[in-house]
Design a protein around this ligand. Structure first.
Ligand SMILES: [Zn+2]
Length: 354
């Protein structure tokens, strides 16, 4: 039996799973480089909106920014607000939160030293993510790696530490995939499954924006020996909108994550075909999945990764689910017992090493 077995690994070390409490399973807190403009996310503003893009946090631009969060470079780097993030984590604890899974992987400028500082100064358990984000963030060196090499890196990030530190990751992911899935991403997915087979660790996936993406990813992981019962499929809110397709996917046995709570926009720039659901519609989908018997496989989160979503900048913050979404869930046929499963027991089971 491994040292990790039966434990959860945070940036401050191993903890007993009972200590986690309410857990957001898909968030971002920081990057390393405050000058990083995340060019791969940037979408130029429509003509006439340059002033808003230039000075996005003015009150008269808040609505524009909520609708167009990727159209201002100034909005794209949480690292510029690390003090506000720390204050929000303190507020998250006050609101009854216990743990945050920080999904920033290689390609997204992971900052494990900052995560350790945040965990120490706030008392919130923070779990860091191992592995690689989507293809357009893979370096030439990453693309040239064999599956074995990629596996070794992820195993080492969990067993020994990430980015030249002794700070260890407690999950693999978010592992990024595009649509269609690229060759480099397929290698990373296979390596993820191999590493998971060795470690018995939790895995979390960012699927490409197509309803066919999640089932294809599950097939690739399964064929490579991955454990789907310890794997989370993120971002279902913008990926599988048809109820029939959702139930078909739910049958495959992964955790089902609705992690864009707080994101309400008319035009989702990364896939204009998608009608981004509102929070009310997300809650309706949760109630539907509970009714269909999936209460032991559901997870929720906000996936905060832009500055406009912080309270300081007029956003909903990391406590939005605890403060606003849970009360709504309770009025829509989801019991307190089921809420506790979604926020406490499912994350705990997923995060515990086999
Ligand atoms: Zn994410």
């Amino acid at each position: 039996m491994s040292r990790l077995s039966g434990k959860v690994q945070t940036v401050l070390g191993l903890v007993d799973p009972d200590q986690l409490g309410r857990t957001m399973t898909h968030e971002h807190l920081a990057g390393k480089n405050p000058d990083n403009n995340y060019d791969s996310f940037y979408v130029p503003p429509l003509q006439g909106n340059e002033a808003a893009a230039e000075d996005p946090f003015q009150i008269q631009h808040v609505h524009w920014l909520r609708q167009n969060p990727y159209s201002s470079n100034k909005n794209l780097n949480l690292t510029r607000d690390v003090v506000a993030v720390r204050d929000e984590l303190l507020a998250y604890r006050k609101a009854g939160g216990g743990t945050i899974v920080e999904n920033t992987t290689t390609g997204l400028d992971r900052a494990v030293v900052t995560l350790r500082e945040l965990a120490k100064s706030t008392g919130v358990h923070i779990v860091a993510g191992a592995g690689f984000y989507v293809d357009c963030t893979h370096t030439e060196a990453t693309k040239a790696m064999s599956v074995e090499k990629l596996t070794d890196i992820m195993v080492s990030e969990v067993l020994h530490g990430a980015d030249g530190t002794d700070i260890r990751c407690g999950v693999i992911g978010e592992i990024g995939t595009s649509w269609p899935i690229t060759d480099s991403e397929k290698k990373v997915l296979k390596a993820t499954a191999h590493a998971q087979a060795q470690l018995g660790c939790p895995v979390i996936i960012h699927p490409g924006r197509d309803p066919a993406a999640p089932p294809q990813i599950v097939r690739i992981l399964q064929e490579a020996g991955g454990d789907i019962s310890k794997t989370v499929m993120s971002h279902l809110d913008r990926t599988i909108l048809d109820e029939g397709e959702l139930l078909e996917f739910a049958n495959l046995g992964s955790y089902l994550e609705y992690d864009l709570f707080g994101t309400e926009m008319l035009n989702y720039p990364f896939n204009l075909e998608v009608d981004m659901p509102s929070d009310s519609q997300r809650v309706q989908t949760l109630a539907f999945l509970v009714k269909q018997g999936y209460e032991d496989r559901m997870l929720i989160s906000h996936d905060i990764h832009t500055r406009n979503r912080l309270i300081k900048n007029g956003g909903h913050g990391y406590s939005h689910i605890l403060k606003n979404i849970v009360p709504k869930m309770l009025t829509r046929g989801i019991s307190q017992h089921q809420v506790d499963k979604i926020l406490i027991h499912n994350p705990k089971r997923w995060l515990t090493f086999k």
